[in-house]
Design a protein around this ligand. Structure first.
Ligand SMILES: Nc1ncnc2c1ncn2[C@@H]1O[C@H](COP(=O)(O)OS(=O)(=O)O)[C@@H](OP(=O)(O)O)[C@H]1O
Length: 306
């Protein structure tokens, strides 16, 4: 249990309203937790479903600043990995952090957003669950995704692939490249909207969360019906890291070095190709969710200065 957990303001009524899965709670003897009120592991009342490289770690860490939130430390991969899913909900609950009644349990698994079988499975667990989706400019997300794979391959001493070799096929954007597919947000969002109404899926603007996290986190608090506890002084800009870091009860910490890495230098022509490629899919996504993001404006801006 990390320091972000177990700073509870018990409110049993809230939790009972938030989850209809009391039978799956695993009560923990007070002796095991050292807590007289008996903290236990519970199914999540909210899940950060993605997107990969959207800022999911930043979001869950920032949400964990709230005293009424208990955040799972690791990615659980329950709904997308068969070997986990077949272990059933009791296993899923066992992966959750201890929480008090009144706290909201949250886990993040970025791969959920782009996995076709996940929305139906989540719906079967709890059709009223609140979902958080953090998205970032699709072009930037592709470059971030590539960077992640690049470092993974470096670590495993596998052959490194130049970005052009994976991103392009016959001079065009390669749709079979997973990183490109994951940035086609409308395709994946359609799957989720078959099971959940739009008001159950709150979209966090990942680009804004990088630039100015507090307003985005205020909106998240509202969506989750949490009391406004997170405040501007919980964030400070760290010039060395080049990102906002977290301050909680006087303790300061930044995200891991693997968060906020430099992306590969790509030629202006390739970047422009990517922006062009995502223009239409982005528009479809905006129509689908009834909201726009500045992903296409940047391209227009880019074009203007060409
Ligand atoms: N405050 C803060 N500090 C550091 N990094 C931040 C922060 N806020 C958002 N981000 C962005 O989060 C990106 C990583 O996204 P994820 O955590 O979703 O990645 S992962 O899918 O779990 O691997 C990561 O992507 P890269 O910049 O490509 O490393 C960051 O841009």
């Amino acid at each position: 249990v990390t320091w972000t957990h177990l700073r509870a303001l018990p409110n049993a009524a809230y939790l009972q309203a938030a989850s209809g899965h009391q039978e799956l709670f695993v009560p923990t003897p007070a002796a095991a937790t050292g807590d007289a009120e008996g903290a236990s592991r519970r199914l999540p009342q909210t899940i950060i479903i993605g997107v990969r490289k959207g800022g999911t770690r930043a979001l869950i860490e920032m949400l964990g600043l709230h005293g009424d939130v208990a955040a799972a430390e690791n990615e659980v991969h329950f709904f997308d990995w068969e070997n986990h899913f077949e272990k059933g909900f009791s296993w899923y609950v066992s992966q959750m952090p201890f929480s008090y009644p009144g706290q909201i349990t949250v886990e993040k698994t970025p791969a959920y957003f782009t996995s076709g079988k996940v929305p139906g499975r989540v719906h079967r667990m709890n059709p009223h669950i609140k979902l958080l989706l953090i998205l970032r400019d699709p072009t930037e997300r592709v470059l971030s995704d590539y960077t992640q794979v690049f470092y993974n391959r470096l670590q495993r001493r596998k052959q490194l692939q130049p970005i052009e070799s994976v991103l392009l096929r016959d001079g065009e954007i390669n749709l079979d490249y997973k990183a490109v597919n994951r940035s086609l947000y409308y395709v994946h969002m359609q799957n989720w909207l078959r099971f959940f109404p739009p008001e159950r899926i709150h979209i966090v603007d990942g680009d804004r969360l990088i630039r100015d996290p507090f307003p985005e986190m205020e909106r998240v608090e509202q969506f989750l019906s949490l009391s406004p506890q997170i405040n501007a002084s919980n964030f400070y800009f760290n010039k060395t890291k080049g990102f906002y870091c977290l301050r909680d009860h006087g303790r300061e910490r930044c995200l891991h070095d693997s968060k906020g890495r430099a992306h590969p230098q790509v030629s202006a022509a390739l970047r422009d190709k990517l922006y062009r490629f995502f223009h239409e899919p982005n528009k479809k996504f905006f129509e689908l969710v009834g909201r726009t993001f500045d992903w296409n404006e940047k391209r227009e801006h880019h074009e203007y200065y060409r």
